[in-house]
Design a protein around this ligand. Structure first.
Ligand code: PMP
Length: 350
């Protein structure tokens, strides 16, 4: 009854429960800063519900373009970076067309490859979750890939690809290179500065993480105007709703208000990393994101214990390269104290 392959496709399912502390989706555990929230609500009271959202779309694109010293024609706004990624896979992929990406990385790349009937070519990360750039370029060349995708800082490992390596990849491949920067605000170094130099470079960003707007579903892509124009053709008319666009414009104008909390998440990540490093039996991976990946022999039982305390983290079961790994989103200081002491208590008595 359904299109071939659809039934066997995994559902994107984060198995939500009645969590007391929710640390399983890398969201911001803080809602908008009060001053921003106030302005967003005031702005939403003035939207024209009867009109298609052209003006709001232009306003947001203009704000984003100006921040990156680009033009509006270098920006495409969408329903989260999810929509950007999906469209990229559809626009550049397709039957008998290869798309290369490293793994472990964002699980949706595999799903978008399947949905677009593209050939997914996976380059495994090294044991420390770094990317061997030469291997990556070779894989792209060998299959004459039509798109290469990297995620930096990477979900779920937290590791980065240095900017010089991104540049090296862009320079040495013939196809577009999409850089998924969903977590870049927690790192601070973006490939956006290279857009003008490399016409094959695409940067995908989101309001869902550092800007605490996961519910509004807003993301954007920066690229050369030809790519933006072509990907735009793959989008529905007026695909992003006026409420989200208007809210995102306020958030973007007020992004300085988010600096203290980004700094807090980064400081908390460091504090958690140092504390986890001291727990015998736990391997903790360096992270430049708002989450931390740990490996523990009995991760299944640890996850069950955390669940019993209504602390929700992300467990990867036996996913290749992520065996016995748990990914924990950095929350507020109090939340972090709670999950850390739960982890300590479990490991110490095992
Ligand atoms: N890229 C990565 C690496 C992510 O982790 C996520 C969210 N989990 C996304 C893209 C999609 O985020 P959104 O659609 O909310 O922008």
């Amino acid at each position: 009854m359904y299109r071939q392959g659809l039934e066997s496709l995994p559902t994107y399912d984060v198995s939500e429960k009645d969590w007391k502390i929710k640390l399983n989706a890398n969201e911001s555990n803080l809602n908008l800063p009060p001053l921003v929230e106030e302005r967003v609500i005031a702005r939403l009271g003035r939207v024209a519900f009867n009109r298609y959202p052209d003006t709001e779309m232009d306003d947001l694109k203009d704000l984003i373009a100006r921040n990156f010293r680009l033009n509006e024609e270098n920006v495409l706004v969408a329903n989260g970076s999810s929509e950007i990624l999906e469209k990229l896979f559809f626009a550049f992929g397709g039957p008998k067309r290869s798309i290369v990406f490293p793994m472990p990385s964002f699980s949706m790349y595999n799903i978008y490859a399947k949905l677009s009937e593209s050939e997914a070519k996976v380059v495994p990360l090294e044991a420390d979750y770094t990317l061997d750039v030469k291997k990556f370029i070779q894989a792209v060349q060998e299959c004459d890939a039509k798109l290469a995708v990297v995620c930096t800082p990477n979900n779920p490992t937290g590791t980065i690809i240095p900017l010089a390596d991104i540049e090296y990849i862009a320079k040495n491949i013939d196809c577009p290179l999409a850089v998924d920067e969903a977590y870049v605000e927690f790192y601070g170094i973006s490939a956006a500065s290279l857009i003008e130099k490399y016409p094959n470079l695409i940067v995908a960003r989101t309001f869902s993480k550092a800007y605490g707007m996961a519910a509004a579903r807003v993301g954007y892509m920066l690229a050369g105007k030809d790519i933006i124009h072509m990907i735009g053709k793959a989008c529905m008319p007026y695909h992003v709703n006026v409420l989200s666009l208007a809210a995102a414009a306020i958030v973007y104008q007020m992004r300085d208000e988010f600096v203290p909390r980004i700094q807090m998440y980064v400081a908390e990540r460091k504090r958690m990393f140092e504390a986890l490093e001291k727990i015998k039996g736990i391997t903790v991976y360096p992270s430049e994101t708002n989450f931390i990946l740990i490996r523990y022999e009995n991760a299944v039982a640890l996850n069950e214990y955390l669940e019993s305390l209504k602390i929700g983290v992300r467990s990867f079961g036996n996913a290749p390269g992520l065996e016995n790994c748990l990914r924990i989103t950095i929350g507020t200081r109090e939340e972090n104290d709670q999950w850390l002491s739960a982890v300590k208590a479990f490991v110490e008595r095992s």
